[in-house]
Structures are given as structure tokens and as C-alpha cells.
Design a protein around this ligand. Structure first.
Ligand code: ADP
Ligand code: MG
Length: 239
């Protein structure tokens, strides 16, 4: 049973089709990367999984649940965006606990989850600061922490490192990989246009272009046996 199953999903904006009967299955505990050039529909696909965009046709299932028409808040996914979107007037601690407070989670449980997320991301010493007092890398750690405290089975990342400089990107990439290893059974779906990120993070990579998945395979296979010239050029091209 796949953790996430996208079945013949089509999405258009106005008259422009963005996804055309796209299907993909993601196994429980898998780290799947959606890789492709800007504008190929990666964010659209991720947002459809999260319920932030309606599908025109097709279905999305999480395990045995058909979530196609479920509200985003009911889907139980945690999402991390490129822009950190932290609440500027709240401390890091408040940013981390906000969603849980809204969901009326018990105070002790909130404290435990915030402490665990802060420890995992090494931001314990930042809990009383405001976002404006953090570096870009620290802000993105908090944004990831906010997803972590939700204890979700499915994590969706949309280019979370694209705003960071190269060194921080490398650091956080390692951190995200480590998180995935520690959170056994957590399914992660990660959008990027960065080939290195895709090849180093993924169990499998889905290379996208022109509304379609061009190839879906483990990194080594994508790299060594690209399915077509586009994949060969895109994955092989120097950055
Ligand atoms: P990616 O994340 O791969 O860069 P997107 O999924 O954001 O691509 O976008 C795919 C295509 O859909 C692009 O051509 C983009 O301009 C278009 N698009 C995305 N969101 C909207 C929207 N809300 N309204 C109209 N067009 C959109
Ligand atoms: Mg995008």
C-alpha cells in the first residue's frame, strides 16, 4: 500500500494545462524528490497533495484514504516552503507551538514536541528570539521545526533551501536527510530544481518536464541510465 498515490491527476490554470493525467506512487518511509526546471509543475503537484489546489480530474489517496476532497488541515501533512513564512511578532518557541495551540493540544504535549523538534534541529538556544533576530539558515530550521512538531506521517518540502547560500544549503541538506533517517516511516516528498539536492537526498527521483514525469528511478539509475535526452541534459548539466 502506497503512502501517497496520485492517480491520473489533471490540473489547469485557466486554459493552460499544468499537469496532464499524472500518476505517481510514493512508498511509506520513502524520500521522493520531484526534480525539474522552473515552471514544470512541481509546486502544483505538491500543493495538490497538500490540498492547497483542487484537482480537475483524478484522485489523490493517502494509504487507504481518498483525500482528493479533504481540507488541507484534515490531511495530516506537514509542509515547508521556500519562504519561511514565520510569524514576525512571535518568538521562535511561539512559532513552533502555534499550530499545536490552535489545535488545542495539551500544554505538556506541546512543550515536549517543541523541545524534541528544537533538539533535533539544534535551535534550543534560539527559542526566545524573534525571527528578525535569526539568520536565513536559522529561520529555515525553525520553519522545518514547525513542520516537525506536527508529528505528521507525510512531509512536503517545496524548495526549502533555495533562498540559502551554498554552504548553508549543504548543511541543511545533510540535516534533512538525517531527519528522514531518524523519523522512520515518515514519507518525505521534496521539490527542487537542484540536481545535487535531488541526487543526494532521494530514494527515488521523479524528473518532470512538460506536465509529465520523464523518469522515475533511484538517483544512480537516473544518473547512469537517463531515459531520454532531456533527463541526460538536465541531470548531467553543471550548475
Ligand atoms: P514549478 O514549481 O515547477 O516551478 P509551478 O507548479 O509553480 O512550477 O507552475 C507550473 C505552471 O503553472 C507555470 O507555468 C506557472 O506559471 C503556472 N502557474 C502556477 N500557479 C499558477 C496560478 N495560481 N495561476 C496561473 N498559473 C499558475
Ligand atoms: Mg515551484
Amino acid at each position: 500500500m502506497a503512502a501517497v498515490s496520485v492517480r491520473d491527476v489533471s490540473i489547469a490554470f485557466g486554459s493552460m494545462p499544468v499537469l496532464d493525467r499524472l500518476s505517481i506512487e510514493v512508498a511509506a518511509g520513502e524520500f521522493l524528490v520531484l526534480l525539474g526546471p522552473s515552471g514544470c509543475g512541481k509546486s502544483t503537484l505538491l500543493n495538490a497533495m497538500a490540498g492547497l489546489i483542487d484537482v480537475e480530474d483524478g484522485e489523490i489517496h493517502f494509504g487507504e484514504r481518498n483525500v482528493t476532497w479533504e481540507e488541507p488541515k484534515d490531511r495530516g501533512v506537514a509542509m515547508v516552503f521556500q519562504s519561511y513564512a514565520l510569524y514576525p511578532r512571535m518568538s521562535v518557541r511561539e512559532n513552533l507551538s502555534f499550530g499545536l495551540r490552535m489545535a488545542r493540544t495539551q500544554k505538556a504535549e506541546i512543550e515536549a514536541r517543541v523541545a524534541r523538534a528544537a533538539a533535533m534541529l539544534q535551535i534550543e538556544h534560539l527559542l526566545d528570539r524573534r525571527p528578525s533576530e535569526l539568520s536565513g539558515g536559522q529561520r529555515q530550521r525553525v520553519a522545518i521545526g514547525r513542520a516537525l512538531v506536527r508529528d505528521a506521517d507525510i512531509f512536503l518540502f517545496d524548495e526549502p533551501l533555495s533562498n540559502l547560500d551554498a554552504q548553508l544549503r549543504n548543511e541543511l541538506r545533510v540535516e534533512i536527510k538525517r531527519l528522514h533517517q531518524r523519523l522512520a516511516d515518515t514519507t518525505m516528498i521534496y521539490v527542487t530544481h537542484d540536481q545535487i539536492e535531488a541526487l543526494t537526498l532521494a530514494d527515488r527521483v521523479a524528473v518532470m518536464k512538460d506536465r509529465r514525469i520523464q523518469q522515475l528511478a533511484p538517483p544512480a539509475e537516473i544518473y547512469n541510465r537517463p531515459a531520454n535526452l532531456f533527463v541526460a541534459g538536465f541531470v548531467g548539466s553543471p550548475r
